[in-house]
Design a protein around this ligand. Structure first.
Ligand SMILES: *Cc1c(COP(=O)(O)O)cnc(C)c1O
Length: 368
């Protein structure tokens, strides 16, 4: 029996390299609340990502929720994409805003700027796009809209760790960007996340919000959550950063090899990555359509029979989930993509043999 191939496999350093960090934590007896490793990780991430200010979080969802809270917006509507992970939409409703789901560009899978423009009303307070698969949104177009209508622009950049676009970190665009360091993401700290911002004042506000809104021993200024990242998580992050360039390089090789082997199969389209200075190859989505003989769902099942576990990412759409039924909207491009997309296994240690096996499963159908 061959080993199953999962859609992702976390990057983990050698266990022996983690032990000295644990020893340091045991020695310090500081486990959380912005300890020394937490501070060091913030500094090193600012350097690595080329951003001015970063606040670490216990996960990407609390980072998103807190980012939306930090902007002190009036109640109202937040325009977002339905083609995303549930956390994006949840963060809007958790803050008591109304999500407005608009359609995507079927080629990039990112929110369609024209559709955003048409959805803006006097109730709109912010735009929350997602750099889907780590592919940059039309950041210039979105900023023009945000500026013109005096809206806040917050990017769910959960997939965008390390991406550089137009000579700078993609995380520098918009008012705030949030990242996820979940085990399935490009950079992981077991669980974790961050908010990137542009001023010390905003960082201090975010740091307060992620600590219950506590200002000092006797005053609490906001009703907010506990979003702190522990020293153990920060330690893993410090270790992961050391090999990050190699990790991204290996992901790039997997991406290249898939594209080479999947070229010219009728009905299989690899979603193109935008040309950027530095890419992170966060996912490998393909679009399955006619004349390919199987539907996306049939191909998904066929993979399973061969112990290959691809993922329907993103399906179903947010505006098709029962919990979001009161925010229904018509987004035909997103609907079609969600019915045709399949994310193939993508991680830096995926072997050439595994990639060949995966592509062979796809190709065997066309040879019949
Ligand atoms: C993973 C993810 C999140 C949430 O991050 P967690 O760290 O898992 O809480 C948010 N948005 C998107 C688009 C994601 O993929």
């Amino acid at each position: 029996m061959s080993k199953p191939i999962y859609v992702t496999q976390p990057v983990l350093p050698e266990l022996k390299d983690f032990i000295p960090y644990l020893e340091q934590i045991w020695e310090n007896k500081i486990l959380t609340n912005g300890g020394p490793l937490h501070q060091q990780l913030e500094q090193e991430l600012c350097k690595y990502l080329c951003v001015d200010y970063i606040s670490l979080f216990n996960n990407g969802t609390i980072a998103l929720i807190t980012a939306l809270q930090a902007l002190n917006l009036e109640e109202g509507e937040v325009i977002t994409t339905p083609y995303t992970f549930v956390a994006t939409a949840h963060s809007i409703v958790w803050n008591k805003f109304t999500p407005v789901f608009v359609d995507i560009d079927p080629i990039t899978s990112n929110i369609d700027v024209q559709q955003v423009g048409q959805a803006i009303t006097e109730k709109t307070v912010a735009i929350l796009p997602v750099h889907c698969y780590g592919i940059p949104c039309d950041v210039e177009g979105l900023q023009v809209l945000a500026t013109k209508h005096k809206l806040k622009l917050i990017y769910d950049a959960a997939h965008a760790f390390g991406v550089e676009y137009n000579g700078q970190s993609l995380l520098n665009y918009g008012d705030l960007s949030t990242i996820s360091f979940h085990a399935t993401k490009v950079f992981n700290t077991f669980e974790g996340g961050a908010v990137v911002c542009h001023s010390l004042e905003m960082k201090q506000r975010i740091d307060q919000l992620k600590n219950f809104g506590i200002v000092d021993e006797t005053s609490v200024n906001d009703i907010s959550l506990n979003g702190k990242l522990s020293e153990i998580h920060a330690a893993l992050g410090l270790l992961q950063l050391k090999t990050m360039n190699q990790t991204l390089q290996n992901r790039g090789k997997v991406d290249d090899y898939y594209r080479e082997l999947l070229a010219n199969i009728e009905g299989i389209r690899c979603i193109e990555r935008l040309k950027v200075e530095k890419d992170n190859y966060a996912y490998f989505p393909i679009v399955v359509s006619e004349p390919y003989p199987l539907s996306r769902n049939e191909l998904f099942e066929k993979f399973k029979q061969h112990d290959v576990f691809a993922r329907k990412y993103f399906y179903p759409l947010m505006n098709e989930l029962s919990v979001y039924k009161s925010y229904k909207s018509d987004t035909p491009n997103a609907k079609l993509l969600s019915e045709q997309v399949l994310c193939l296994p993508m991680y830096p240690d995926l072997t050439d043999n595994d990639i060949q096996k995966i592509v062979q499963i796809i190709k065997s159908e066309t040879a019949l």
